[in-house]
Ligand binder design. Sequence first.
Ligand SMILES: Nc1ncnc2c1ncn2[C@@H]1O[C@H](COP(=O)(O)OP(=O)(O)O)[C@@H](O)[C@H]1O
Ligand SMILES: [Mg+2]
Length: 358
Amino acid sequence: MAIIEASGLTKTYRSRSGPVHALAGLDLSVPEGTVTALLGPNGAGKTTTVKVLTTLVTPDAGRATIDGVDVVADPQATRRSIGVSGQYAAVDENLTGAENLEMIGRLYHLGRRAARQRARELIEVFDLSEAGDRPVKGFSGGMRRRIDLAGALVTNPRVLFLDEPTTGLDPRSRLALWGIIEGLVGHGATVLLTTQYLEEADQLADDIAVIDDGRVIAEGTADQLKAQVGGHRVVVTLVDGDDREAVVTALRRYGVGDVETSADGRTSGIAVDAGPQALQRVLADLGEAGIRLHDAGMRRPTLDDVFLRLTGHAATAADEGAPDGGGGAGAGRASGPGRGDPVPAAGDATDSAPERVR
Ligand SMILES: Nc1ncnc2c1ncn2[C@@H]1O[C@H](COP(=O)(O)OP(=O)(O)O)[C@@H](O)[C@H]1O
Ligand SMILES: [Mg+2]
C-alpha cells in the first residue's frame, strides 16, 4: 500500500455565491520515498487536498490514509508522521529564524537543548546562517519560505506536504528551494507538493497528478504528460496576418492536432513530434513561399498546453482570492510527535495572504 492513499474525497464549501465543490471525488496514491506533484491552476482544489490529508479539513466523503492511518478517524496519529509547509509561510515575524524553529521544537515537546540543537542544524541545512539571528520581519520571500519549510522538518516527518512552495518567489530563490527539496527526497522522505508550474513538477516530481475542478484528470511522469500534448510546439509569428493561410497549411503538414492561431491572426502554433526537424521544414516551406516572419521558434509545452489539451480550457483560472481567514504562526502546520497536540484543529483556517494573480 502506498504511504499516501486517497479515494473519492469530496469537499463542498458554502460561500455567498452558492456551494463550491472544492473536491469532487479525488483519488491519489503516493508510494513511499517518492515525490508527487499535484499540478493545477488556482482554485483546482490543491490546498483543500493538502488540508484534508493533513487533518486540517474534514472531507464530506471519501477516505484518506497516511501510512495506513485514517486521517479522519485518527488525526493525532496522522500528525505524528507528517510535516506541512502551507501555501503562505506560517512564521512569527518578531522572532528570529532560529527562534521560530526552536519554538516549533518546543511546541512538539522537544527539550530546550534538543530544540535549540535542531534549530541550529536546520539553519545550516537551509543555508540561513546569516539570517538565523535576525527577526523574520526583514526576511525576503525566499528566506521566509526556507524558514517555513525548515519548520515543517523540525520533527523529521516521514511524509512532507508542501503547498505551492515556490509560488511568488524570484527565479533564484526558486532554484535554491528546488535544491533543498531534492536534498530532502534524497534522504528518503515522501513528498506531496502542489504547484501551478509544470516546470516545477517536471524538475522535482517522480509522478504528476494534474488536478482541475477537484479531481485528478491525468496522471503520469512529466514525460508522459508532455507526450500527450506533443513534445514541442512550433510557433510562428508573421509580419503580415494576411499570410496566415500559408502558415496554417505548413504547420498542419508537419504537426499533430489542431493549429491554434492568435486573435490577431499573426501567431500560429501546433504540437509536433520532432521539434527541430519540424521547425526546419516549416521555415523552409515558408521561405520558399516568400513569407516574411516576425518570429519563429520551438517551445516546450506549458501548463496551459497540458490543460488546454486535457480540459478544453486554459489553466489561467481567475483569481479566487484567499478563501480563508485567520491562521497565525503554527496554523497550517501539522507535524510532530506530540502527545498534547499543538496543531490547532483549525477547521478551515490556514491561509491569510491573497492568492497570486496569474
Ligand atoms: N474556506 C473556504 N470557503 C469557501 N470556499 C473555499 C474555501 N476554501 C477553498 N474554497 C474554494 O474551493 C476551491 C478550491 O480551493 P483550493 O483548494 O484553495 O484550490 P487551489 O489550492 O488549487 O488554488 C476554490 O474555488 C476556492 O475558492
Ligand atoms: Mg492553494
